[in-house]
Design a protein around this ligand. Structure first.
Ligand code: BGC
Length: 756
């Protein structure tokens, strides 16, 4: 009998040839109650020496590497494979059962190579790009020993006052679902849950389950009220999508939903998540949220909080210590059923086994140097940064094709480096960043303009009078303004969506003296840019773009990269309009699209720039919307296609969007629902037919019990460059199979004015 056979008999959970479920069950059967409870406790930043006794006793099963007191969103000294290996060695070699730890960290939009904030990645409307960014983040983070990330965030964010809008995919449910799935596939190393044991794969975590994007007034952590139909059709949908795609873990959110904190919400965590969405992996609480049940007025002490959270279905207590401090006693006293503990522990053990940690808990310390910030990763970051750039207005100044004589770059973001990262950047280094000013110099300085080399001057706007002097001399001014990353992200809500104080005045003064002023706004949230509506020659919005932000922005300004970014959230004219999103419900008194009336006495109703909007450098027309059939029966597929034509002189990447509107249904459905996106590259003068396949599932909704409803009735399909524009056709959904001829408005594109 070999040593392996002996170990497998004594410790069957170590036998890789046995099925995971059997290994997990065998291990559970060998555990004491204290050891089980330990697996449900996550600590922050353990130290192998300081915590030697706890590691030997198996007092905690996972840890988060973070340095904040209240969350992981605080810069720290980083993770290192050697430190992680020391911890694993202590857990595996000194504890009775040798159970490895799961090392977690918030790897939100890159690790050492920092990509645009998720909202910026969403502006690409490009699932492949998002998947690649997550894959690189996982490759780099796993090289530091991190095997679990708390991403992606799937909260549908309709109120940009909420700072966490930066961390997600914007206002739209379809986009959040598709990009969320792409991120999960990237982190976990493939579709259908990936292969978590692969050395470059990490467990993803769908957060914050659920409805967090609707916190009242945009105030972080505040209460939320959502009815069942909205919950199923809007907020649960991205979670359903990633669970179907095999996401490994879910994080419960901080807030109360209809007066019950999610951390203690039995219906959400058991009925919806387990029974309805079919999730089988572990649920982790948000940071300290189990203990916070006391502040919610739900529990008198941590013991009471532990009972509520475990019963509700929270498997892992992130950092409170309520489970580790109380669960064993509560089971002993008969207050908590040990079966509940077992169920949670099995989920944690199963994840550890799927991650291959029992086979190899260690990380090769030489890997980090080989994979961090490679030229290939930088190249991807540069492409992603360019995709986070949305051109909102352009009088023709962009792209800056002919080398300008003198470019002046000004504003707080001109020379910024680490600020380009955006929120939730734990491992990026400011010294890796090329600023926008440096990228402008690199691109233009010395390029000949009628035999005179281009001159680039730079200031950061600290002395606006100096900026104005330079601006007067320059023939192009690039003003880089916007909000500091500390103004978005967790616990960073704002009451006003205006630019930070003083910036508009600075821009107005620049506009008075500049020949051509390009305003670049860098931000972590959708802002209200009304005062910039007519200011300068071009207006460009960039969601914090990451380590290659300088290059990415200049690639688009210069035309080296296409202007392909599109808005993943509507931009309101003014803060008082929010929440404002394209997929709102109709009222009983619809406004006439061309009429003068509105709901506000003092402002317009519509967005300044709608969802999906962004200008390319060549105009594109949408014509000849054709349906393969006008009637769609069950089991049938209709193809809707449109002709898109690049009528300009530059290549474009066009984001073709399909929207649907149901006119008669058992619930009132949104005036516009995004149901498909296709990105196509068009050479100057090129036409393409872009098609979408539509079946009844695509057009379905869910009822108050979460059941899919495929209802007959008339629909309007709209294929468009952004919400509310484009060409339309009618499709009738019927309850028995049917087929007829083709239809469509044909003829010219009807592009509504963007402010309706
Ligand atoms: C945040 C989570 C994060 C966790 C761990 C919390 O405060 O809400 O998004 O994953 O901290 O850092």
């Amino acid at each position: 009998m070999t040593a392996h056979d002996v170990t497998s008999r004594v410790r069957p959970w170590s036998d890789p040839d046995l099925p995971v479920a059997r290994r997990a069950a065998a291990l559970l059967a060998a555990m004491t109650l204290q050891e089980k409870v330990g697996q449900l406790h996550q600590v922050a930043n353990p130290d192998p020496e300081r915590d030697a006794a706890a590691l030997a006793a198996g007092t905690f099963g996972t840890c988060i590497v973070a340095s904040g007191q209240h969350a992981g969103n605080v810069r720290d000294t980083g993770t290192q494979a050697t430190a992680v290996n020391d911890l694993q060695r202590a857990a595996v070699q000194t504890s009775r059962l040798g159970i490895p730890l799961i090392i977690a960290r918030d790897v939100i939009h890159g690790h050492r190579t920092v990509f645009p904030v998720p909202l910026g990645q969403a502006a690409s409307f490009d699932a492949e790009l998002v998947r690649d960014c997550a894959r690189v983040a996982a490759r780099e983070a796993t090289a530091d020993g991190v095997r679990w990330t708390f991403a992606p965030m799937l909260d549908v964010a309709q109120d940009p006052r909420w700072g966490r809008v930066a961390e997600g995919w914007g206002e739209d449910v379809w986009l959040a679902s598709h990009l969320g799935v792409a991120a999960v596939e990237g982190f976990q190393g493939g579709p259908d849950g990936g292969d978590l044991a692969a050395p470059e794969a990490m467990a993803a975590c769908a957060k914050h389950y659920v409805g967090y994007g609707l916190v009242q007034g945009g105030r972080d952590y505040a209460e939320v009220d959502i009815g069942p139909i909205t919950l199923h059709n809007r907020h649960l949908r991205p979670f359903r999508a990633v669970i179907d795609a095999g996401v490994a873990t879910v994080m419960s959110a901080f807030h109360t939903l209809d007066a019950v904190p999610v951390t203690a919400h039995v219906a959400l965590l058991r009925e919806h998540l387990r029974d309805d969405l079919g999730f089988t992996g572990p649920v982790v609480s948000d940071w300290g949220a189990v203990g916070e049940l006391r502040h919610h007025g739900m529990a008198a002490d941590d013991g009471g909080a532990a009972v509520l959270a475990l019963r509700a279905g929270v498997d892992i207590d992130m950092v409170t210590g309520a489970y580790s401090g109380h669960l064993a006693r509560l089971v002993g006293d008969g207050v908590v059923d040990e079966a509940l503990v077992d169920e949670a522990v099995l989920r944690v053990l199963t994840l550890k086994l799927r991650l291959g940690l029992f086979e190899d808990p260690y990380t090769d310390p030489s890997r980090a140097a080989a994979v961090h910030l490679t030229p290939e990763h930088r190249g991807l970051a540069r492409r992603a940064a360019a995709s986070a750039v949305v051109v909102l207005r352009n009088d023709g100044v962009l792209p800056l094709e002919a080398p300008p004589r003198h470019v002046h770059v000004t504003g707080p973001f001109a020379t910024a480096t680490g600020e380009l990262f955006g929120t939730w950047t734990l491992d990026g280094r400011a010294e890796d960043v090329v600023s926008i000013a440096a990228a402008v110099s690199e691109r233009f300085e010395g390029t000949a303009h009628q035999d005179r080399p281009t001159r680039v001057t730079v200031d950061d706007g600290r002395f606006p009078d100096e900026s104005h002097l330079r601006a007067r001399e320059a023939d192009v001014v690039i003003a880089c303004v916007g909000e500091h990353p500390l103004r978005s992200g967790e616990a960073n809500s704002v009451a006003s969506l205006d630019l930070p104080p003083g910036q508009v005045e600075h821009l107005e003064a620049l506009a008075r003296v500049s020949r051509r002023l390009v305003v670049v706004v860098l931000t972590g949230r959708p802002l209200a840019l009304e005062r910039l509506a007519h200011l300068g020659s071009a207006l460009v919005l960039v969601f914090h773009p990451g380590v290659e932000g300088g290059h990415g922005v200049v690639d688009v300004l210069s035309g080296d990269a296409p202007a392909s970014g599109r808005l993943p959230s509507s931009l309101p004219w003014t803060t008082g309009q929010v929440p404002l999103h394209h997929d709102h419900l109709p009222t009983g008194r619809p406004l006439h699209p061309d009429g003068p009336e509105g709901r506000y006495r003092d402002h317009r109703d519509t967005a300044q720039y709608p969802f999906g909007f962004g200008l390319g450098y060549s105009p594109v027309t949408y014509t000849d919307l054709v349906l393969s059939a006008t009637v769609l029966g069950p089991g049938e597929v209709v193809r809707a296609s449109v002709r898109v034509t690049n009528v300009g002189t530059r290549p474009v990447v066009e984001t073709v969007q399909l929207y649907a509107r149901a006119h008669v249904s058992t619930i009132s459905r949104p005036v516009s629902e995004l149901v498909g996106v296709r990105r196509v590259v068009l050479a100057p003068g090129e036409q393409q037919e872009v098609g979408f396949e539509i079946d009844q599932h695509v057009l379905s909704h869910r009822d108050a019990l979460g059941r899919e409803r495929r209802e007959p009735g008339p629909f309007t399909l709209r294929i468009a460059p952004y919400a509310g524009a484009g060409v339309t056709a009618r499709l009738d959904v019927v309850s028995s199979p049917a087929r007829t001829g083709t239809t469509g408005e044909g003829g010219g594109a009807r592009l509504d004015p963007i402010d309706r």
